[in-house]
Design a protein around this ligand. Structure first.
Ligand SMILES: *Cc1c(COP(=O)(O)O)cnc(C)c1O
Length: 298
């Protein structure tokens, strides 16, 4: 089957344990981690309409941006390969050249051309002047910004909210998601749902403005709540407490999380349950945004 007309809807499962019972909250998990083994979770949702547009553009090559551990680069490389599109990845950090980790090796195996740039150059990734320069240099490819976060991404993510609403029979009180660029949170908001966003990086307050900008043309977005205390020291940082939480979560619910995004969100959610943050009867759907290829082998 064509990668972009893959299975919908993904399962919605109820999570019940002592903590949800005590808090009298209905908690569900949206299993977007099951979408695809390599183009998983929110990356598939965000890439779908970007890649359809890329195909329609006739350009044949897609250029995008990411860090050394970027699930977005990983997913774009795999999806491009499956769809017969060439891919180019601009990677943050000149020092990585020749020292490629599993993510970057996978990208290469999928046929992605990697260009390493300095952190200074990478910082210009949203500048129009820079984008003109780099696309001219690399043969005028179709551009997808970092994280795949565009209006096309919002449309793809909004489809997930439609699934949730149908599966639940109503809109939940909140949809919870981990946040990196905020594209997924913005997509959920654009579908009219209230979002609990858990930034995976430190100082995640900047996301408020980024998400507001992404929702620029959206008529009636839901309300955004940012929970910025669950970053565990910053992006791609974690500790033994988080890893123990992941193990407990798997033992209890038979669902694997990963340490960069989804474990931080669920840790935060269960902490909020414990603190009686939610009114009794609140319905929450937490999105498993995938990313399991980045699971540490502990
Ligand atoms: C990329 C990623 C996110 C962050 O998504 P944004 O739309 O950039 O906020 C969350 N979870 C996982 C598993 C991811 O790979």
């Amino acid at each position: 089957m064509d990668l972009l007309s893959l299975p919908a809807p993904t399962p919605l499962q109820r999570l019940v344990n002592a903590a949800t019972e005590r808090a009298e909250v209905q908690l569900y998990i949206k299993r977007d981690d099951l979408i695809h083994p390599t183009v998983s979770g929110n990356k598939w949702r965000k890439l779908k309409y970007n890649l359809l547009d890329a195909q329609a553009s006739g350009k044949g090559t897609v250029l995008t941006f990411g860090g050394a551990y970027s699930n977005h680069l990983y997913a774009t490389a795999a999806a491009g390969n499956a769809l017969g599109l060439k891919t180019i990845g601009i990677v943050r950090g000149l020092e990585l050249e020749g020292k490629e980790n599993d993510t970057l090796q996978f990208c290469r195996e999928q046929g992605m051309q990697l260009h390493f740039v300095s952190r200074e150059e990478y910082r210009r990734r949203h500048s129009e002047e820079y984008l003109e320069e780099i696309t001219a240099r690399l043969g005028n490819p179709y551009l997808i910004p970092e994280g795949g976060t565009t209006g096309h991404a919002l449309k793809g993510v909004a489809e997930m909210v439609v699934e949730i609403k149908e599966q639940l029979g109503a809109m939940p009180d909140f949809v919870a998601t981990a946040a990196g660029t905020g594209g997924t949170a913005a997509g959920i908001l654009s579908a009219g749902a209230n979002v609990l966003a858990f930034p995976a990086l430190k100082g995640g307050d900047f996301l408020k403005e980024d998400i507001r900008r992404l929702l620029n043309e959206c008529k009636q977005p839901g309300n955004l709540t940012l929970l910025t205390d669950y970053h565990f020291g910053g992006y791609a940082k974690w500790n033994s407490e988080l890893l123990a939480f992941m193990q407990d979560f798997r033992a209890e619910f038979d669902v694997q999380l990963e340490q960069v995004y989804t474990a931080k969100m669920f840790y935060g959610l269960f902490d909020l349950l414990k603190k009686r943050y939610f009114k009794a009867g609140t319905k929450i759907v937490a999105v498993h945004t995938g990313g399991l290829q980045g699971l540490i082998k502990a």
